[in-house]
Design a protein around this ligand. Structure first.
Ligand code: COA
Length: 289
């Protein structure tokens, strides 16, 4: 994605991490002109992502980023565009307070890191940039993808998760989020949001700690409503072939179309956000205040 200004001047690193300050490194701090350009880039990326997912409105914009406690990882290619650089794509994550529901129907509070938006420029997709960006975020957060929740992932993204991280077995939910087998088994402090004072037990509540029986029950959950609610513009799913260095959550599965792997959610709730025809989901969401 090209812009009429120098991307390399705005973003010095190959991957920049942006938050509500809209500052990308020291260069843009205290420079309203550069921050305005950064806002333009974010807005443009948000629009492109929404278009790619057939959302009626962007879920990522500079103004949203300024008011939400999310982080946006932005990947650039410094050499392109005559050395001025191009923006390759972005990945937005954030902690979400979620309601979980175990098999018995008990609600449990959680606050995992969630993927909220993810986009690679159309002409650069399927070149490994998505993996580079996602891996960067995982290293930065010191997290495994199985421990994250995915806010209404598009079929392309589900295919990406299956291929790159062997995440193929989703745990049935009744909301917009998708989590995978291992999400509950591999829980750790990283599942707790830094803002909570619930500590290690905060994710499931201390009463749930340490019981394999209870841990199994926890594998059926309700999760919260996400920001997104649009359908995806997927071109189709590919096969589940693992290539990541991350330990697979469920092992390498037979090569099957994703729906046969149980990957695609089934049903979604009506949403407050304006959307095109909803893509299949796993059910309703319940987000904590
Ligand atoms: N159709 C199906 N799967 C696709 C795909 C497509 N058009 N594009 C990427 N993928 C998946 C496939 O598993 C692919 O592997 P394959 O080419 O062997 O089938 C894998 O991603 C490629 O990995 P990588 O090159 O690292 O991913 P990427 O740079 O294409 O980025 C996305 C992945 C999902 C971010 C990118 O495709 C994208 O921006 N899609 C449109 C927006 C979107 O759906 N975002 C998800 C929001 S929930």
């Amino acid at each position: 994605m090209e812009f009429p200004f120098d991307i390399n001047q705005l973003f010095s690193e190959r991957v920049s991490i942006l938050d509500q300050t809209l500052v990308a490194g020291r260069k843009s701090a205290g420079r309203p002109d550069l921050q305005a350009h950064i806002a333009t880039v974010i807005d443009e990326l948000g629009r492109a992502s929404a278009k790619a997912q057939q959302l009626t409105a962007p879920i990522t914009s500079a103004s949203k980023l300024q008011t939400q406690r999310h982080q946006l990882y932005l990947l650039k290619d410094a050499e392109s565009n005559g050395g001025r650089g191009v923006v390759v794509g972005f990945l937005k994550v954030g902690y979400k307070k979620l309601f979980l529901l175990d098999r018995q129907g008990a609600h449990i509070e959680a606050e995992p890191l969630c993927v909220l938006d993810f986009y690679i420029s159309e002409n650069l997709q399927r070149h490994g940039y998505g993996l580079e960006l996602f891996d960067f975020m995982l290293q930065h957060k010191n997290l495994e993808p199985v421990l994250m929740a995915y806010d209404r992932p598009s079929p392309k993204f589900l295919s990406f998760l299956a291929k790159q991280y062997c995440l193929t077995q989703s745990v049935p939910q009744v909301n917009n989020f998708v989590v995978f087998e291992g999400f509950f088994l591999n829980r750790s402090g990283s599942l707790c949001a830094p803002l909570t004072d619930q500590g290690m037990y905060g994710f499931f509540g201390s009463a749930e700690k340490g019981s394999p029986q209870k841990a199994r029950r926890r594998d059926q959950t309700l999760l919260s409503d996400g920001e997104r609610s649009g359908a995806s513009g997927a071109e189709g799913s590919s096969v589940a072939v693992c290539s990541s260095s991350f330990p697979p959550a469920v092992g390498i599965l037979p090569v099957l179309p994703l729906p046969q792997c149980g990957l695609l959610p089934t049903k979604g709730p009506p949403s407050s956000r304006p959307v095109p025809p909803p893509r299949p989901l796993q059910g309703q969401t319940h987000e904590l205040p």
